[in-house]
Design a protein around this ligand. Structure first.
Ligand SMILES: Cc1cc2nc3c(=O)[nH]c(=O)nc-3n(C[C@H](O)[C@H](O)[C@H](O)COP(=O)(O)O)c2cc1C
Length: 219
């Protein structure tokens, strides 16, 4: 093993290490609006759920160097207290990727990408109609982990409404093949979620039985 001391590594290289080792990451495709109502849409793969009761999700926005250290999404959520997390399926992953362009706040990424805005029930930011799962969120907390360039600002939001495409649902179970979500790997790479392995049961301490080999095709 090579042992690395982060104190001896440039922040940009630490970033490369972390996005290569923490994989695959789900993607929060976050819609927000500013106080004037201008729409914003951007992907964030530092994303997970952190509570089911109440349902809370979180994502992290990186701090850039001046003159625009804070991402538009963060500024919008701070100003309005609302956002929507849209889950990214392979079918529109290319358009999601377009929305990661570093464009000025007055650019509406719905227009930039051609994705379709769909009115939310309870919050101002619209949902992405192409997304099969959308979560309307109210800001719960912002944690400024680090305000240095390369630092992260964590945004937690309580889910006020889940919207799930009817055909994905079997009770409250979601069919992963129909969702066809993509994950983020290191660099510009993405992972598909259609090739999976199923753990039957734990067969002893530290052991997990994985009955099928993971098919190599499709990834
Ligand atoms: C798949 C993907 C995942 C990303 N994840 C993050 C992330 O977790 N945090 C972050 O700050 N930027 C992330 N980015 C970059 C932002 O999407 C990008 O900086 C975007 O321009 C931010 O938009 P905004 O300024 O409109 O909020 C990601 C980009 C892509 C393509």
């Amino acid at each position: 093993m090579r042992t690395l001391d982060p104190a001896q590594i440039a922040p940009n290289d630490i970033y490369k290490l972390m996005i290569g080792m923490i994989v695959p990451r789900p993607i929060a495709f976050v819609s927000s609006v500013d106080l004037a109502g201008i729409r914003n849409l951007a992907p964030f793969s530092y994303f997970t759920a952190c509570s089911s009761n109440p349902p809370v999700v979180c994502f992290c926005t990186a701090v850039r160097t001046s003159p625009r250290p804070y991402k538009d999404t963060l500024l919008n959520v701070e100003a309005t207290g609302e956002f929507v997390v849209n889950i990214v399926s392979e079918e529109f992953a290319g358009q999601m990727n377009l929305c990661s362009a570093d464009v000025p706040p007055e650019i509406d990424e719905f227009e930039l990408s051609g994705l379709t805005p769909l009115a939310s029930d309870l919050v101002k930011p619209p949902r992405v109609a192409e997304s099969k799962v959308q979560m309307e969120c109210r800001l719960h907390q912002i944690v400024r982990v680090s305000d240095q360039p390369g630092g992260g600002i964590l945004v937690l939001g309580e889910v006020l409404r889940f919207h799930v495409l009817e055909s994905l649902l079997d009770g409250y179970k979601i069919d992963p093949d129909k969702l066809n979500a993509v994950g983020r790997m290191g660099g510009p790479a993405y992972a598909r979620t259609r090739a999976r392995a199923t753990a039957s049961r734990c067969s002893g301490p530290g052991k997990l039985t994985v009955p099928e080999a993971i098919p190599r095709d499709g990834i």
